[in-house]
Design a protein around this ligand. Structure first.
Ligand code: FPP
Length: 262
């Protein structure tokens, strides 16, 4: 067992009992069911979902949470009825067009991750424009995962590494976890501390598969359009109670805290 000195030396490695997460990642599920319960078409649920995005962005900015990543459209969402896919694309395009300036005024830096090659030229142009407009902002880093899949991300990282190796720039034995992390679409982000999924399902659904390895998971029955400031605070309160051990024992974490507080 490591002695106290050893634990103290490694103090930088671990943050136990953190009060606030640095990076929150969200699966915004339940828009369709919310609409159905209110006798509305599914797209109304997505529109209301966009309102919850606004609430969440504001709450993160108020709490000074530096990173928020939202799963807006998965690689698998193309399988939905074409009419819903088209409406989601319109909503995405309108949001990029109409909200980018407001995000910029609020010092938010917006990034889109995912295979954007499948989007229309108009959406690709709006993505580029919004990212360029907000790129120097040092407030909330808001990342939207669009046409994103965790397996796609790991696959494209492997392809980049294989190309580097084939070009003679990298040896197989030099490939480390860091090499992979640096090739992921989210390489500019720290790993999420807190994952929230609304809508009652308890799955990760091919979101940030590599990145969620040590993330605290929080599931709520609340449907995304009903996820408000109070719900967000409940998720934060749950997170604040978690003991993050990163492979260590509970006793090590307690010792470490005592040393830190001495
Ligand atoms: C899941 O609900 C939600 C989506 C697939 C789309 C998420 C989109 C938004 C919240 C609005 C747009 C956001 C941005 C950032 C532009 P679901 O349709 O699977 O709901 P269900 O499980 O009740 O059917």
């Amino acid at each position: 067992m490591p002695d106290e000195k050893h634990i103290a030396d490694n103090e930088e490695d671990v943050s136990s009992y953190p009060s606030l997460p640095t990076h929150i990642a969200v699966i915004m599920d339940g828009n369709g069911r919310w609409a159905k319960r209110h006798g509305l078409p599914r797209i109304s649920g997505h529109r209301r979902g966009l309102e919850s995005v606004r609430t969440m962005v504001k709450a993160c900015a108020d709490y000074k949470i530096p990173y928020l990543t939202l799963f807006a459209f998965s690689s698998e969402n193309w399988r939905r009825p074409p009419a819903e896919v088209n409406l989601l694309m319109d909503l995405f395009a309108n949001a990029l067009e109409q909200k980018a300036r407001r995000l910029h005024e609020n010092n938010v830096c917006l990034r889109i991750v995912g295979d954007t090659s499948r989007f229309s030229p108009k959406i690709r142009m709006l993505i580029q424009r919004a990212e360029t407009l907000t790129r120097n902002n040092d407030g909330l880093k808001l990342t939207i995962a669009a046409n994103y899949g965790g397996r796609w991300d790991v696959t494209q990282a492997c392809q980049r590494i294989a190309r580097d190796a084939a070009a003679g720039n990298l040896k197989a034995e030099d490939v480390t976890e860091d090499t992979i992390a640096q090739c992921l679409a989210t390489s500019f982000l720290p790993e999420p501390d807190l994952f929230i999924r609304t809508g009652g399902e308890r799955r990760v659904s091919n979101f940030l598969l590599w990145q969620l390895a040590y993330t605290e998971l929080y599931f709520t029955e609340t449907l995304w359009p009903a996820f408000d400031g109070e719900e967000f605070e409940q998720a934060l309160a749950s997170f604040a109670k978690r003991e993050r051990r990163f492979g260590r024992t509970g006793d090590q974490i307690v010792n470490q805290r005592q040393i830190r507080n001495a």
